[in-house]
Design a protein around this ligand. Sequence first.
Ligand code: PEP
Ligand code: MN
Length: 348
Amino acid sequence: MMIIQMNDHCTSLDVARVCDQQERQGCMARIVPRNSGPCVVVDVAGDAARNAVTALPGVKNVSMTKSSYPLASREVFGVSHPMELAEGVRIGGGEIAVMAGPCSVETGEILLETARGVKASGASVLRGGAFKPRSNPYAFQGLGSEGIALLMEARQATGLPIITEVMAPEDVEWLAPHVDILQVGTRNMQNFSLLKALGRVDKPVLLKRGMMSTVDEWLQAAEYILVGGNERVILCERGIRSFDKSTRNTLDLSIVPLVKSLTHLPVIVDPSHATGMRDLILPMSLAALAAGADGLIIEVHSRPEEALCDGPQSLDLEAFDNLMQAAGRILSALQPREGKRCGLKVAM
Ligand code: PEP
Ligand code: MN
């Protein structure tokens, strides 16, 4: 595979010349429109192809790779840069983001008290599901569009950007303008129609690892979004299925440093769905940060005993505050080595 990175100020003529040159040689060229400059992806191997294209106007860099996820790969794109999630909120490239909030949006009052609490403790994004992928059709399915309106009110009140799950491809276009980050749940990691729809929007996408997916499948799923032209994909490890039901899932923490070596995309950890147990959230959050995660997504509820969904794994506001303070201490300890910065409560 050949990845031709164009300059961000290249013209449409430059891109057309690159594509035409490839097509004259019988190769299929695919244009990936990106804010940081378009890419042309060509299914071809060998240095002859590379040499011919390098001198064309507008070409910044040409890489050959055997990777099945070239746009996601660190091999082609090198170091990670901080990714903007919303104004003033960044993740990756040394920036840590913590997303927190209830599993599902239930009432405006609970959402607001939770949002205010997590913000005070240093969270940088408010989470809340409005379209819930429940295993049982009779379980609470989420408030849908009403839940989105409540999330927007909580954003207005707190200034926190909002993340919510989108389950259906047809919901992507109307939902994207109203939220800051779109989440793909574990059950939809290989919903290719959904991934293609998300490739067409200019909003960051949090792509959870499928509970039965390999790292390679996960990165190829990310590639579906990237090849559509959406550069902002965040990966989230949320536990995989194993034989042992002592915890809800098995948190596959060792893949955090592994995936970070394979991709330039930010990687975060969801200890809530990984463990399903409130008491395990703090230690696993600290372990995730120590392993190099770029952030966390944590279920927090101002009244966990009343939660309609995932109460047993939800932290109350006090436990979340403790977690953030401990996270700050871990990050301070790592800082000389990792050079990380974050907006956590404890000064770095
Ligand atoms: C969620 O974060 O709300 C969720 C449903 O998680 P997962 O897709 O990881 O089960
Ligand atoms: Mn949940």
